[in-house]
Ligand binder design. Structure first.
Ligand code: IPM
Ligand code: MG
Length: 368
């Protein structure tokens, strides 16, 4: 059996707590003989700043490049609010995305039946929701130059961020979305703002061309990004795969996440190009470091554990193992277990470790 090399980067805030639970699941898979992993751990974000003065060391970056997949927790927190901009905790994550070439960010928003009432939207709008946001992750305004604050002659300041996209960058993310749609309900919605932005004009043009040349069998719809935000809260189930740029994807994926009841539920995959049959990949929960509850054992580990399920599926092709793990999460929820974020007012909540243990028990029950 192949032994897969996993690099665990727990990071800051609740990152280490939820990473501990995913380690239990990794250990279970290795024990059970269903998959074999060799796990290394390194620092990222504020934790790396504290230890090494930078949010990601070259050594950690090299380890990430050598790994079959990276499992990332979360970065950032008030403790590092005053570190210089280029060394802020988030810069560690952005460097990983850029240097590993992880241009395709898949963010599923699935509403588990047991949680439909935890959503801020009415049950009938979200029950059975199953959409994936495909966010472009290494271009756009996140990385465009110039990116600066300059002082003008009159002493006032001027800030610039630059939104840049090449046709090639749009083409490859569109192909990821269309390929994914073919394995799902065969529908892609592409969100941009061609009514205001040149990058939107090119985005729409390229997506239209890629569709016409290679994916005529897939249903394609263009939607303005602001309208898309509105549609997501009005009638989210109209979508299947939603493809969009880096910044709109950041925003729309938070909206989509909240439809499902909790940010604590959602995993994500960041994938590079396929080369020689493999691709670089980093898996991370959509939620952040949640400094307000860090260290208290309250965080929901499901997004982190679901990120491992995505790694099983997309990096290792272990589809049965991925199904098994996703099934264990579903059954744990169906059995009534809730961390505080999804418990609802007045309901009993379990802690991070209890939720992780319960998921491992469900795995054991099904496999054993
Ligand atoms: C995300 C986060 C990051 C982003 C931050 C932490 C840099 O919000 O992954 O959605 O903006 O991409
Ligand atoms: Mg975000």
């Amino acid at each position: 059996m192949t032994t897969y090399k996993l690099l665990l980067l727990p990071g800051d805030g609740i990152g280490p707590e939820v990473a501990r639970e995913v380690e239990k699941v990794v250990a279970w898979f290795t024990r059970s003989g269903l998959a074999a992993f060799e796990t290394e751990t390194d620092l990222v974000g504020g934790a790396a700043i504290d230890a090494h003065g930078v949010p990601l060391t070259e050594a950690a970056l090299d380890r990430a490049k050598a790994a079959d997949a990276v499992l990332f927790g979360a970065v950032g927190g008030p403790k590092w609010a005053t570190v210089p901009y280029t060394k802020r905790p988030e810069a560690g994550l952005l460097r990983l995305r850029k240097d590993l070439g992880l241009f395709a960010n898949l963010r599923p928003a699935i509403c588990y039946p047991a949680l439909a009432d935890a959503s801020a939207l009415k049950r009938e709008l979200v029950e059975g929701l199953d959409i994936v946001i495909v966010r472009e992750l290494t271009g756009g305004v996140y990385f465009g130059e110039p990116k600066e604050i300059v002082t003008l002659e009159d002493g006032t300041k001027r800030a610039v961020d630059t939104q840049v996209y090449t046709a090639g960058e749009i083409e490859r993310i569109a192909a990821v979305a269309f390929d994914l749609a073919r394995k799902r309900r065969n529908k892609v919605a592409s969100a941009e703002k061609h009514n205001v932005m040149k990058t939107g004009v090119l985005w729409k043009e390229v997506v239209t061309r890629v569709h016409a040349e290679r994916y005529r069998d897939v249903e394609l719809e263009h939607v303005l990004a602001d309208n898309c935000a509105m549609q997501l809260v009005r009638n989210p189930k109209q979508y299947d795969v939603l493809v969009t740029d880096n910044l709109f994807g950041d925003i729309l994926s938070d909206v989509a996440a909240m439809l499902t009841g909790s940010l604590g539920m959602l995993p994500s995959a960041s994938l590079g190009a396929v080369e020689n049959g493999t691709r670089r990949a980093l898996y991370e929960p959509v939620h952040g470091s949640a400094p307000d509850i860090a260290g208290q054992g309250l965080a929901n580990p499901i997004a982190m554990i679901g990120s491992l399920a995505m790694a099983l599926r997309y990096s290792f092709g272990l589809l049965d193992a991925a199904d098994l793990l996703e099934g264990a999460i579903t059954r744990t929820l169906a059995a009534g277990l809730r961390t505080r974020d999804i418990a609802g007012p007045g309901a009993n909540a379990v802690g991070t470790a209890e939720m992780g243990d319960a998921i491992v028990r469900e795995l054991q029950a099904k496999a054993g």
